[in-house]
Structure formats: C-alpha cells, structure tokens
Design a protein around this ligand. Structure first.
Ligand SMILES: Cc1cc2nc3c(=O)[nH]c(=O)nc-3n(C[C@H](O)[C@H](O)[C@H](O)COP(=O)(O)OP(=O)(O)OC[C@H]3O[C@@H](n4cnc5c(N)ncnc54)[C@H](O)[C@@H]3O)c2cc1C
Length: 297
C-alpha cells in the first residue's frame, strides 16, 4: 500500500490517517483527509511533495484553510499543511517562508517601520495562500510588494520566480493551481516609513474590515464583477439572510456565507448556486467564485 511507503518516508508518527479537515479551515466545514501531514519546515514540505509525486499520490497544499470549501466526503490522497515559519528581515526586505501567518508578516513589517503590507492587516491564512491568491483589499494587493517567489515545480526543481513571472491578477496567479507549483518562500520589498503613517494606513484597512461578519466563513465567496460588488448584487436579488441548513448568506454582508454551527459543504454549495442563479436571472451577471471548492466533482 502507498500509505506504508509514504509513512516510511515521512515518519509513521507524523503521517496521520483520516484527519477531519473542518478544524483546519476557517469555515469549520469539510470531511476528512485520507492522509495528512504537517510540514514544519521547507525541507519537510519538499520531502512530502517529492514523495507524493514518486508514489503517484494525489495531494493538496493547505495553508490556513481560509479561502476554501472542503467537500463533506473529504479528500482522497494526501493533504500537506504548510507550517514552515522562518522569516528574516534584511534592510527593507522581508524573506518569509510559505507557512508564516499573514498577520505575523504584517506585524514584522510594522515592527521594522516597513510599509507596503498594510492592506493585508486582518486577512487570515499564510504567506503561501496569500501569494497564490494575490490577497489584498481595496485595490491594493500583496503582489505590489513582492520581489520574488521561490517554488518547487512539478519536476522537483526549486525555482526563483520574479514577480512578473507569477501572472498576478485579481485574486489569482499562476501559482494557485495547487499541484504544479508549490510556494516555498517569498521576498517582499517594502519602503521605510514613519511608524505613525503606517499605523494610520493600517487603521484605515482595519476600519473597513470592522463591518465584516464575525461568524465562521471563508471571507468573500465571489469576486466582485467589474464596476460592481457581488454583495450588492446578491442583496438586490433578495438573498441576504437566506439559509440552507446551518449555512446562511450573512445578513450583515451578502458576499459572505457563514456557518451558524453545523453547516455542511453541501448547504454552502446550495447557497452558492442559488446566488449565482438569481443574480444571473435578475441582472445577467455571472458571479465567479473567489473561494476554491476542494474535493467536489
Ligand atoms: C474573515 C475572512 C476575511 C478575509 N478577507 C480577505 C481579504 O480582505 N482579502 C483577501 O484577499 N482574502 C481574504 N480572505 C480570504 C483568505 O484569507 C485569503 O485568500 C488567504 O490569503 C488564503 O490563505 P490561506 O493560507 O488560508 O490559503 P488556503 O485557503 O489554505 O488555500 C488557498 C489556495 O492557496 C493554495 N496554497 C496555499 N498555500 C500554498 C503554497 N505554499 N503553495 C502553493 N499553493 C498554496 C491552496 O492549495 C489553495 O489552492 C478572508 C477570509 C476570511 C475567513
């Protein structure tokens, strides 16, 4: 069995079987991973991916689980949770491994009077997830201060990509297909700034965030269509507060679906389909998912 071979490589005490994924997501939803491994260093991350390739085991890279909906039936194959968390500050640059929490990265920048990451304040997840999805807020994105990204490619090579090679777009990059390019670390190039000004900028982003729902969610479900907002369209379609099971379109912000307690992925999916259908019917607009559906057909 591939499990035995994999546990020889990764360690039988470290490779876990049938691990519920719900606690590893901000939605608190999802079935179990057939195999689960926490990569605590970049070396362990590389080892796990190379082993999965060698043994032809399908795998999924999990950061903070804050931008995904995992299917109720769970995931076959291996889930690698990235927890590599080294970082280094050199002059106006920060080198951060993929598993560094994004909130920590913002904190480090503030401590060193470095500006450029203020838009990431309050965004959950890891550096890897944020870089892959080009996280940001209010038309400011993390890619604006990325200098380069080090990845592990399909053939097992470690490659340094310049910012322009990453094809960053609105919540997208060529690094977000979750199997062919694994982010190991990134270098952020920031600007020295007066701490008072950094604090002011940060507070503006925090303020904008203060009206977001506090319940379990995965943040914005849909991307905003050009010159409009997904939340406004869903609200205008009469769906604010709509419930399926214990999933609900937030009464506070219609682009958030919240887990009221024991929501199932199928409930969230039903609300996603309902919102897409109603908005298409009423306004002729196709809502595109911002979150990723994992383990569905
Ligand atoms: C309350 C709330 C508010 C939010 N607000 C915002 C916001 O303002 N702006 C915003 O942009 N997002 C927001 N989000 C969404 C989410 O936090 C971000 O998209 C975050 O950057 C995802 O990071 P993660 O580590 O949780 O990724 P995950 O959800 O774990 O993974 C997302 C994708 O990235 C891939 N990935 C993760 N790590 C790596 C890696 N090392 N290499 C390659 N691929 C990788 C995964 O395979 C997956 O495809 C919010 C979420 C919540 C819950």
């Amino acid at each position: 069995m591939f499990n035995n071979k994999l546990s020889k490589i990764l360690g039988s005490d470290r490779l876990k079987k049938n691990v519920p994924l719900a606690p590893h997501t901000t939605f608190g939803i999802g079935g179990s991973a057939q195999l689960f491994y926490k990569a605590k260093t970049s070396k362990e991350l590389i080892k796990a991916i190379k082993a999965a390739h060698k043994l032809k085991i399908p795998y999924f890279i999990l950061g903070g689980g804050s931008n995904i909906l995992v299917a109720d039936r769970g995931l076959a194959g291996l889930v690698v949770k990235v927890q590599s968390s080294k970082f280094k500050v050199q002059s106006y640059k920060i080198f951060a491994e993929a598993g560094v929490p994004l909130t920590k990265l913002v904190e480090i920048a503030q401590e060193h009077s470095l500006s450029g990451l203020e838009c990431c304040i309050g965004i959950p997840g890891t550096v890897g997830g944020a870089v892959a999805g080009n996280a940001g807020a209010k038309n400011q994105w993390i890619n604006q201060c990325i200098k380069s990204v080090t990845i592990l490619d399909k053939s097992g090579k470690i490659i340094n990509l310049k910012k322009d090679d990453c094809q960053f777009g609105y919540r997208s990059s060529c690094l977000r297909d979750n199997s062919s390019k694994i982010i190991l670390k990134a270098i952020f190039e920031l600007k020295r700034e007066n701490p008072k000004i950094i604090k002011e900028k940060t507070n503006k982003f925090l303020e904008a965030r203060s009206n977001q729902p506090k319940e379990k969610s995965a943040g914005s479900i849909f991307k905003n269509p050009a010159n409009d907002s997904a939340g406004r369209l869903i609200d205008a379609a009469g769906l604010k507060g709509k419930r399926v099971g214990e999933a609900q379109i937030s009464p506070q912000h219609a682009n958030f679906i919240i887990n009221l307690g024991r929501a199932k992925a199928k409930d969230v999916l039903a609300l996603i389909k309902l919102a897409q259908g109603r908005v298409r019917e009423k306004f002729g607009v196709e809502l595109e998912l911002e979150i990723q559906l994992i383990g569905f057909n």
